[in-house]
Design a protein. Structure first.
Length: 740
């Protein structure tokens, strides 16, 4: 969790969605002592962690006419002092620790019930290392805090504390209210299991009732109505009819479902049967798991936006995933050692781990962000030339009957594979592992044959090679290592340089439906290697091109790198551009009027830097052009401006300096205070003392092919809003950087 948080937080991906809104409530509590958030948005408190404009999330004003967030206040109340003392990244660290504590409680709970530490560890790995849990451990949502409370409620035998834990859940989110009631009655030592435990049950209910009354009172005090629906006004999105597609969608959907991203959770089904068959206390544990998890699934599945908005897969279920650790461990303990069943369980675990690692590290984390278009970004990335996503269920693109049929076939295949594995009686681990792998491959092959035979209306989109965002032939282009190429029509051998003009990519209207981190023409995002390219823009016949500009976007944050003029009535536009480094996000930006006039964009490579000669750096997240120098930035929180850019104070800022010719020179300027700046590159370091508002040029040493990968760090900084009451900028800034 810590490694994933270090890689993904502080980027355009995290915090995002509703995360900034929870943080704004925490800021309001810490700084103003109230829940009124309008003033916090007006002065831009959110700019301390979120670079884009942020409007308040509210649907109806409070009884006093003030703006209050629609989001629950339980998590902000807990995080307000953490944010006040340590800021956003302190909040992230605390949430990771909360997740670790919750997972440890799950392990202890399983060990106490099953007396099988190895199986408990296996279950811990299945949950803690799965993408649906892992990707929520560092997000500012109530899920992980609720997961800890659920585990405390499941394990404590103190009735007063159990009542408190259950009473806290509705404060974290209204969706947890039904689960809290079930947990209250299904906990250990209640009349549900022991008819003589009436006193303990009453003791559990007292603090629960008090917290619930306070919860209703909160809504009455703010909105003049005790009902949790009050913040939403007339907006109603929850109905039992949504369960037809919402509940199974959260389990099976290829974009937001649990099992496609962590198939080892299927072991919970066989584990529940094992616990039921064992009887006694284990049977009671199985019933408790089904009741509590079922209450959560039934509630979030009844919500119209059951996928959880802009979020990681299965986020609405994250608070209940640790409950499944008990049946998963039971399934593991029931499988004989060195058996094919046990090997298959480990195979499913490692598949889930591989998926989680891929989501964290591949494509700078962009595979986490699905477009709610029915196709998984992960499957599209895994299989750009074969429509692998057509084999997985989708409850967004298909109607419920079709999606349920596809899911049922997958379950039947899984059941058949499990039955086949159970019949294998080998005793050698190697043989068992080979058998498990063969059965797993056979199950996938069977699905690839059967699923295309099922009804598919409307059909999922097929592969369009033009829609590819990257070309492997360009990524690995190197005349020294691979000087020859083969053309198949007609079949002939040619120099690799001859095929370069044919390695084009591009886009047109409707080709890509998935949204991008920044709005680009026709959703056209491309991954291009270092080199020189020509962009050809064709305007639609019958449409008059408006006067304006088309901007070249390099990196997923910041303004366009270059802007090209467009004259009114122009039929086409051709422009060349150079990328000093590999750029995983290249696109084109303009107005909506211009986008409607553009028919297509084609990118043709002119010269490519060989793969072996390219400078290896972190991902390019933004770029700016200053005089004859290009600056490519590798930090999300640093945004180029027309004349330069501010780096963050007391934090290393990574960048690559690319002068057109000669040595690289940059200009540093501190703010109103003096500052000490340290610059580092390979084999070179220099410390510069800056006087207030006095610019100073720094000449950098020669770099790789003229490129200098540079890290700059300051000893101090300032917050503009603290110096100028009219400013809304809450960033902690170090020094201003530009090129002469």
């Amino acid at each position: 969790s810590g490694a994933a948080a270090a890689r993904l937080t502080g980027t355009v991906l995290f915090p995002a969605g509703d995360e900034p809104h929870y943080l704004v409530i925490a800021q309001s509590l810490w700084r103003d002592g109230d829940f009124r958030i309008e003033n916090n948005h007006e002065r831009g408190d959110y700019r301390e962690y979120f670079a884009q404009p942020l409007e308040p999330h509210y649907l109806t004003r409070g009884a006093d006419g003030e703006i209050y967030s629609i989001h629950p206040v339980g998590l902000p109340i807990l995080l307000a002092p953490v944010y006040g003392l340590f800021g956003y990244f302190g909040v992230v660290h605390v949430l990771v620790l909360v997740a670790a504590l919750a997972a440890a409680l799950m392990w202890r709970w399983v060990v106490a019930a099953l007396r099988a530490p190895a199986s408990a560890t296996f279950a811990w790995a299945v949950v803690a290392c799965s993408a649906p849990f892992l990707l929520n451990t560092f997000t500012v949502y109530p899920e992980i805090a609720a997961a800890l409370v659920v585990m405390l409620g499941m394990t404590t035998r103190n009735p007063w504390l159990a009542g408190v834990y259950c009473g806290v859940l509705p404060w974290l989110s209204t969706k947890y209210a039904p689960m809290s009631a079930v947990l209250l009655l299904a906990g250990p030592g209640t009349v549900l299991w022991d008819r003589t435990a009436l006193r303990a049950t009453i003791q559990r209910c007292v603090p629960y009732a008090l917290l619930l009354a306070a919860w209703f009172g909160f809504f009455y005090a703010i909105w003049g109505s005790p009902w949790p629906q009050a913040p939403y006004g007339a907006m109603v999105q929850t109905t039992p009819w949504n369960l037809v597609f919402g509940a199974p969608g959260l389990l099976f959907d290829q974009e937001y479902g649990l099992l496609p991203y962590a198939p080892a959770y299927i072991l919970a089904v066989t584990g529940l049967w094992t616990l039921w068959r064992d009887g006694g206390e284990r049977r009671r544990e199985a019933i408790r798991v089904v009741l509590v998890f079922g209450a959560l699934l039934g509630t979030v599945g009844a919500f119209r936006i059951w996928w959880g908005g802009s979020a990681a897969p299965a986020r609405p279920l994250a608070s209940g995933l640790l409950l499944l650790g008990m049946p998963i461990a039971a399934a593991h303990a029931a499988a004989p050692r060195a058996s094919a069943q046990r090997a298959a369980q480990w195979l499913l675990l490692w598949v889930g781990v591989g998926i989680a690692v891929t989501l964290v590290f591949a494509q700078q984390g962009l595979l986490i962000a699905n477009g709610r278009d029915g196709t998984s970004s992960l499957l599209e990335w895994w299989s750009p030339r074969w429509a692998l996503w057509t084999l997985a269920p989708t409850f967004i693109h298909h109607e419920a009957p079709t999606a349920l049929l596809h899911s049922a076939v997958w379950l039947l295949i899984a059941g058949g594979a499990a039955a086949l594995l159970a019949r294998f009686r080998g005793s050698r681990p190697g043989t068992a592992a080979c058998t498990a792998a063969a059965v797993f491959a056979g199950a996938l092959a069977t699905a690839s044959i059967l699923i295309p035979l099922l009804p598919d209306d409307p059909p999922l989109p097929r592969v369009d090679l033009l829609a590819r965002s990257r070309l492997p032939a360009l990524d690995h282009y190197d005349l020294r290592a691979r000087p020859a190429a083969v053309v198949f029509d007609p079949l002939r051998k040619v120099s690799a340089a001859e095929i370069l003009p044919s390695l084009t990519t591009g886009g047109h209207a409707g080709l890509r439906s998935d949204p991008q981190p920044v709005r680009v023409l026709h959703n056209g995002r491309f991954s291009l290697p270092a080199g020189e390219f020509r962009a050809d823009v064709t305007f639609a016949p019958g449409r008059t091109a408006p006067a304006g500009t088309i901007g070249l976007q390099v990196g997923r944050v910041g303004p366009p790198f270059e802007n090209w003029p467009v004259e009114r009535g122009q039929a086409s536009l051709s422009h060349t551009f150079r990328l000093p480094l590999d750029a995983s996000f290249v696109g084109f930006r303009s107005t909506r009027e211009m986008e409607q006039a553009v028919a297509s964009i084609t990118i043709t490579p002119l010269t490519i830097v060989g793969e072996g000669a390219r400078l290896r750096t972190p991902a390019v997240l933004s770029a700016g052009r200053y005089g004859t120098t290009t600056v490519l930035l590798h930090e999300d929180q640093v945004t180029p401006e027309p004349d330069g850019f501010w780096i963050q104070g007391r934090r290393p800022t990574r960048m690559t300096i690319a002068p057109d010719s000669g040595r690289a020179v940059i200009t540093l300027r501190s703010g109103a205070d003096a500052n000490v700046v340290t610059l580092r590159t390979h084999g070179w370091e220099q410390t510069v003392t800056l006087e207030a508002n006095q610019p100073q040029d720094v000449e950098l040493p020669p770099g790789h092919e003229g490129l200098v990968y540079l890290t700059i760090e300051t000893s101090g900084g300032f917050v503009p809003a603290d110096r100028d009451p009219a400013s809304r900028d809450r960033r902690f800034l170090g020094v201003w950087v530009t090129a002469p």
